[in-house]
Design a protein around this ligand. Structure first.
Ligand code: NAP
Length: 511
């Protein structure tokens, strides 16, 4: 059996421990196991599914220092960030554990029979959301815990009642394996069907493609680059049986600076944005990669403040060789293409460090060169100086789908720029006022998706309670014997959950 190993992000050296690579001829067995586990999981009480997810959070926490140090070594991310991300991961598992237990996510709806209806008797029809089947999960390198082996995709798919097969990210195989073993221990401890959660390492794309193509696969959850997400989406579309692919990909997260707000605090905003662009070496999907304003002396002050602040910020470690190479090549290409003017660039001798880079271009140049909308993953941002409000609006209207859009605007100018607001709102998943896009609050009202190419399906995202809906489909039961009805559709509403009965929400039992 072939193996591979983890690489220390800071040095490029091997980390002790080999991991067996799954061969493509094992795919049928993996997917048959996942399918059998999915069928068996349907007989498991929702409360127990919730216990499983909560136990997974406990098992991850119990890994303690071993997990923290492994994730730090493989990702190069600092201790505070990894500890925070572990907390977020456990919270996500607990959240979906609670959602599974509560049971309202199934959106139960009951239309009772009316045998006296004319001209035909009305049947009893009851509907709820049910799991899709085995789900394949791909995590990203920049969130080795929260978007990885037991991230939002895994937690929501298991809560929905699906079996999960994770394809480990090769940038953090040890972290992924530790977390996967913890989830398997939790599954065993809480009496879940064998193989309800499986984890596979693969070198190259063959395993990933095989998992997506497999006929027993019923959905895909992906977080990562546009190229990776789009490739898997295209492969899924070539299948005989179409399946949903929820790919959350990159974004340049445009930030609009309006004249009065810029005039009031140009230097302060320059400093704030230098911090946001370099946060985590720019390796966040919400990194502000595009700043749009009308040319003015205030914009010059903003640029100068940003340059000065960047000069005081030490370059940070990038996640892995692939990402640092792509970032350095992207920076060099900006210089050789000469389309944009580079106004700040720090080039580090150590290529693993992400030296920040800021460029500027006119509005006309931006409109003529759609490639300037592409994400350069790392501490980079392009400042577009528009000649007037109309050009600014044309630029917003030309933007591709984004995870976020930000407006730095004074109360007094809101009505002047309502068209800009409407144009921005129509291409983003979250709109932020007078702040920075980096930092995603995990809350019920949070949306962390956006129109294509930010995601392949903007209706739901891996962040927040609605993530569970991605892995479920409605099933109607007509005149179904009570003994076969799921809990939420029984006459006796034992859990007291809210459901729709004959069109109105209630948590009562049916007489
Ligand atoms: P990535 O290179 O796309 O990798 C993600 C996963 O997909 C890995 O397991 C990778 O395996 C696999 N993969 C990539 N290309 C593939 C292909 N053509 N065929 C099959 N499998 C493929 O992403 P990353 O570099 O780790 O993550 C950084 C990116 O993620 C950034 O663009 C960032 O903006 C984005 N991101 C988005 C969000 C969001 O919520 N929207 C959150 C975090 C990160 P291999 O390495 O084996 O190729």
């Amino acid at each position: 059996m072939e193996t591979y190993y983890g690489i220390e992000a800071a040095t490029g050296s091997k980390i002790a421990g080999d991991f067996e690579l799954t061969e493509t001829d094992q795919l049928d067995v993996i997917m048959e196991q996942a399918h059998a586990a999915y069928l068996a999981y349907q007989s498991i009480d929702a409360n127990k599914k919730g216990d499983f997810l909560i136990a997974a959070a406990e098992e991850i926490e119990a890994l303690g220092e071993q997990l923290i140090s492994r994730a730090m070594a493989e990702s190069g991310l600092p201790e505070g960030r990894i500890i925070g991300e572990r907390g977020r991961t456990m919270n996500q598992l607990r959240l979906f554990g609670a959602i599974a237990k509560k049971g309202e996510w199934v959106e139960a709806s009951i239309d009772t029979a009316d045998p006296n209806r004319e001209p035909f008797a009305k049947p009893d029809i009851r509907k709820q959301l049910e799991p899709l089947g085995p789900v394949i999960v791909f995590g990203a390198s920049n969130f080795p815990l929260a978007y990885s082996a037991a991230g939002g995709d895994t937690a929501s798919a298991l809560a929905a009642g699906c079996a999960v097969v994770v394809k480990a990210h090769p940038a953090h195989p040890g972290t992924s394996q530790l977390v996967a073993d913890a989830v398997c221990r939790a599954a065993e401890r809480t009496g879940m069907p064998k193989n309800i959660y499986q984890h596979a390492h693969g070198a190259g794309f063959e395993l990933a493609h095989g998992l997506v193509k497999h006929p027993l696969t019923k959905a895909v959850g992906f977080t990562g680059s546009f190229n990776g997400g789009k490739a898997l989406y295209d492969i899924a579309n070539e299948r005989d049986e179409p399946i949903p692919v929820f790919a959350e990909m990159g974004s340049v997260n445009p930030v609009l600076f309006f004249p009065s707000a810029l005039k009031n605090q140009a230097a302060v905003w320059g400093k704030t944005y230098a911090g946001s662009i370099t946060l985590g070496s720019g390796q966040f999907c919400t990194n502000p990669g595009l700043i749009i304003a009308i040319e003015s002396e205030d914009l010059d002050v903003f640029k100068e403040s940003m340059r000065d602040t960047l000069g005081t910020i030490a370059s940070q470690q990038m996640l892995h060789d692939g990402i640092s190479k792509a970032f350095n090549q992207g920076k060099s290409k900006l210089e050789s293409d000469g389309i944009v003017e580079i106004i700040y660039a720090k080039n580090e001798d150590n290529s693993r460090l992400g030296g920040p880079c800021i460029a500027t271009a006119s509005g006309a140049t931006f409109l003529q060169n759609p490639q300037l909308q592409k994400e350069l993953f790392g501490p980079y941002s392009l400042i577009v100086a528009c000649k007037d409000e109309a050009e600014m609006l044309a630029i917003i209207q030309s933007l591709e789908g984004q995870l976020t859009g930000t407006m730095i605007i004074d109360e007094s100018e809101l009505s002047n720029f309502s068209a800009h607001f409407i144009a921005l709102k129509s291409v983003v998943g979250r709109i932020i006022f007078n702040g920075v896009p980096t930092g995603v609050e995990v809350a019920t009202a949070m949306n962390h998706g956006g129109p294509f190419p930010a995601t392949t399906d903007s209706r739901y995202s891996a962040v927040g309670a609605d993530a569970i809906k991605r892995f479920a489909r409605p099933v109607s039961y007509q005149n179904c014997p009570s003994a076969l009805l799921p809990n939420a559709l029984q006459n006796q509403n034992a859990q007291g959950i809210f459901r729709k009965v004959n069109g109105s929400f209630t948590n009562d039992s049916i007489q």
